[in-house]
Design a protein around this ligand. Structure first.
Ligand SMILES: Nc1nc2c(ncn2[C@@H]2O[C@H](COP(=O)(O)OP(=O)(O)OP(=O)(O)O)[C@@H](O)[C@H]2O)c(=O)[nH]1
Ligand SMILES: [Mg+2]
Length: 321
């Protein structure tokens, strides 16, 4: 799946477009004054038609793959319905401005040449004031610019999603096992976006997804970054590698990590559990986590590389099942 917004062409924001159009006016000539003023409004109208094309080229949100649909809603901070409504308003504003320009073009054609310039300025002003009052067009342009940055995910590739609380070593692991090179740092929420890397395996590729950290807290309290991770876990078809952090510097208690793990279990995905930072383990934290796990798990050090080969083999084994 390509990023569905990748190819959408964004026009300039409304005020910038009006400024460009104003700057263009002196350069537009005609056979006579009437002809010149008509051409000026036609040039404006043609520019507005590009905004219609922009809106028509937008993918329909409800037809998108669920992962992208939810990504749009998270980034827009609005539901699909609210976004559709904004698209409708933007379309109306542009159509209304085009209508105003068409009326003034007819007016100039019908009126005495001495009125042409005044009518052109009136038409230009009225159409611009309608456009300036609109909040949806610029909002949509900003939204699409953000959505164009979304990473391309291929749902047909075998996929591994690395998930867990913040700072547990997800990005360290992803950078060790795949081609992705996400930022790694010793504070929570270093990763703010979904990152995609690949592993070559048996003449095919495995897609490895690094997700932002998720805190053990109610959904309504979760931030945009956590929601992006949950969206990947919920809507992408893949194996989840859930990481625990047992280091002495772990920010999260055994209970917080286990509660999150139990929440992720509810998505009914295949899960590989890996206990990370085993090189620097706090024994009581390790013990508390281990005694509560009733599934097999791997002990790894993403940083030092221990257990990584076993983890990769486990991934390959599950993918073959
Ligand atoms: N001792 C030890 N430290 C590790 C290990 N793996 C990662 N770290 C350190 O843990 C910190 C967090 O690593 P990241 O890979 O950025 O963790 P993350 O889970 O991606 O963090 P967020 O993106 O913020 O959720 C960094 O300082 C890493 O160097 C490990 O196996 N052992
Ligand atoms: Mg990270």
């Amino acid at each position: 799946m390509l990023n569905p917004f990748e190819k959408v062409k964004c026009p300039p924001k409304i005020n910038d477009m009006i400024k460009i159009q104003l700057d263009r006016l002196p350069k537009i000539a005609g056979e006579n004054i009437k002809d010149r003023e008509i051409r000026r409004l036609i040039s404006y109208r043609d520019n507005l038609k590009k905004y219609l094309e922009f809106i028509r080229s937008l993918p329909k949100i409800d037809k998108l793959h669920p992962f992208y649909r939810e990504s749009v809603e998270i980034i827009a901070k609005k539901s699909s319905k609210e976004i559709d409504f904004c698209v409708l308003i933007a379309m109306r504003t542009i159509n209304l401005s085009i209508k105003i320009l068409n009326e003034y073009i007819s007016n100039i054609k019908r009126s005495d040449q001495s009125l042409s310039n005044r009518l052109m300025r009136q038409g230009f002003g009225r159409a611009s004031s309608v456009l300036r009052k609109d909040r949806c067009i610029d909002w949509l342009i900003d939204l699409i610019k953000e959505l164009k940055k979304l990473k391309a995910i291929n749902p047909d590739l075998p996929t591994v999603i690395v998930a867990g609380p913040p700072n547990v070593g997800k990005s360290t692991l992803v950078s060790k096992i795949s081609s992705a090179k996400p930022e790694i740092a010793s504070y929570p929420f270093t990763t703010k976006e979904i990152h995609v890397g690949h592993i070559d395996w048996n003449y095919t590729k495995i897609q490895v997804i690094d997700t932002p950290g998720i805190l053990d807290r109610p959904n309504e309290k979760r931030n945009e970054i956590e929601k992006k991770a949950l969206n990947a876990i919920k809507n992408l078809n893949g194996i989840i590698v859930f990481l625990f952090d047992v280091s002495k510097y772990s920010i999260y208690s055994a209970k917080e990590q286990l509660d999150l793990y139990n929440e992720i279990l509810q998505f009914n995905k295949k899960i590989i559990v890996a206990i990370n930072k085993i090189d620097d383990a706090d024994n009581s934290l390790l013990e508390n986590i281990v005694k509560s796990l009733d599934v097999p798990f791997l002990r790894i050090s993403a940083e030092q590389g221990s257990g990584i080969e076993d983890l990769k083999n486990k991934i390959f084994q599950i993918l073959q099942e």
